[in-house]
Design a protein around this ligand. Sequence first.
Ligand code: F6P
Ligand code: MN
Length: 313
Amino acid sequence: MQHEPGTTKFQIDLRRHLREQNICDNLVHLICEIAEAGKYVINAVRTGDLGVAGTSNLYGEEQLALDVLSDRIIRKRLIHSGVVCNVLSEEMDEVLQVKPEAAGLYSVAYDPLDGSSLVDVNLAVGTIVSIYSGCDLLQVGRKQVAALYILYGPRVSLVYSVGKGVHEFTMNHLMEYTLTRENITMQPAGNIYAPGGQRNKYCEGVERFVRYLEAKGAKLRYSGGFVPDINQVLLKGKGIFMYPALNGSPDGKLRLLFELNPMAYLVEQAGGAASNGRMPILDIRPEGYDQRVPIFIGCREDVEKALEFVNEA
Ligand code: F6P
Ligand code: MN
């Protein structure tokens, strides 16, 4: 991308960067609205009630007050954006039809506050968003037109792709998102691993893969928050995150629509890979909104190595 003379890349804000991607104005608007919602979510995370909401989501998980609030903040923004037809989040019971299908509208699947149970111990959490053109939310992930996450850590950052590379923005003291890294690219292989779930429930192939990683001196870097854990692998450009099938949970834990598709889209855009052990995450045809899928995601060669171990066993 060509920038005006005298403009350092640190002064480029999100809206301007999006405009330079040559995408539809509605998509620019939609992503900016989600980014705005993030400012209210971080405020809720920093100062809001840490208790339970007294309700549970569709999956029977107890909702925290922060889950419910973050969901409302983002949903309201989406409803009022004027460019959205269908909306579904991990905290909603059913698809919300905001507008009937029409040209130029988008559908959004999102996880409003992933890792919310980590807020009370002051660890990083995030919002994950997947965007499709039109009203169908049950498409393969490869059909996404954009994906992003907002990470609420010591700093707030937003990482997005509209299929033209992966770019990171960081919130400055004026609460503006300014460009901090453009065209993030991952190395072919790395030495970090982030393994989700209990190890004594891993299948033999995954257990052997972990032993292989330990033997080659890879560093364990796992916070238990999907967004910061993926952010580390993606931005350092090295390593692998996995949440494999567990004994008793053959589909793992993480959800295809709200968590895995958007992250797989971003990681593939950065030259990495994401697989469920048999096929790329982005090629899985979803059978339901709540589908869970095992995942191996990160540097291409590290994911290939994981698949070798899993498929050998
Ligand atoms: O969405 C659920 C989540 O909190 C993710 O952020 C994280 O990757 C995962 O669960 C951690 O699960 P576990 O504690 O089983 O490793
Ligand atoms: Mn989640």
